[in-house]
Design a protein around this ligand. Structure first.
Ligand code: F6R
Length: 238
């Protein structure tokens, strides 16, 4: 894992975007794995600017996303589909984009997405954020981690962290459909973004920890050969 300590959120977003931009220049038909949440918004802004400036184009690029809440319509402004539209897809034109979707708790939707991922093939880059509890996608800390896309129950820590986007904690969906660890690993390069003091504990354990532990799902990233961790000063030093 290569750790790149950045001054602040903007610096983190710019540096991570530069890596994505250079990859798109090299391979316009790039396959991207995308994340939602606060962490990648700045990165997406940089990609949008580079696209507007004519530096890169997404004309041949394809993307898949990590996860989506269950029970929220894609048109709802709390859905991850809506988030992606607002923060990236409405601004640049991809050849193809896809998010997992499950209107109800039924593993058949996870199987459908796994089939889609198998046909999609290996991603060139997977972008990740990290939960305060060390989750990646919605692979929550526990005794076991899912290999493939599954219907997952969100942990209390995640529900609390995500309640900032909802009117109240009760409104936060309790279930999601999420790629599993082996899906995340099926990317040539992984970029993990972590900013802010709240991420310090998880980041410290990830960088300094010596074990791979399902109670810190991000720790599995140390098994992947090509991981870049872009971390701002606050998340790095606490
Ligand atoms: C989002 C996702 C989550 C977030 C994580 C951090 O698609 O899979 O794992 O990356 O919860 O969220 P933020 O960036 O909002 O702190």
């Amino acid at each position: 894992m290569k750790v790149i300590v950045c001054k602040d959120y903007d610096d983190m977003s710019k540096k991570a975007a530069d890596l994505v931009i250079s990859n798109i220049k090299e391979k316009p038909q790039i396959k991207l794995g995308l994340a939602t949440g606060s962490s990648p918004i700045g990165l997406y802004k940089n990609l949008i600017s580079a696209n507007e400036d004519g530096e890169i184009s997404f004309k041949f690029a394809k993307s898949v996303n990590l996860d989506e809440y269950i029970g929220i319509d894609p048109a709802n402004d709390q859905s991850y589909q809506y988030f992606m539209n607002e923060n990236l897809f409405n601004h640049v034109s991809f050849a193809d984009t896809k998010l997992p979707y499950a209107p109800e708790n039924d593993e058949k939707y996870a199987e459908e997405y796994n089939k889609y991922l198998d046909d999609f093939g290996q991603r060139d880059i997977q972008i990740l954020g990290i939960g305060e509890n060390g989750h990646i996608a919605f692979n929550e800390p526990g005794e076991v981690l899912n290999r493939r896309t599954s219907i997952v129950k969100l942990s209390q820590s995640t529900i609390e962290a995500n309640s900032r986007f909802f009117e109240s904690e009760e409104d936060v969906p309790k279930y999601a459909i999420s790629m599993g660890m082996s899906d995340i690993f099926n990317a040539k390069t992984i970029i993990l973004l972590a900013n802010g003091k709240k991420k310090h504990d998880a980041v410290k354990k990830l960088i300094e920890g010596n074990t791979i532990d399902p109670k810190l799902p991000a720790s599995f990233l140390s098994l992947h050969p090509n991981v870049y961790i872009y971390v701002d000063e606050e998340a790095y030093r606490g």
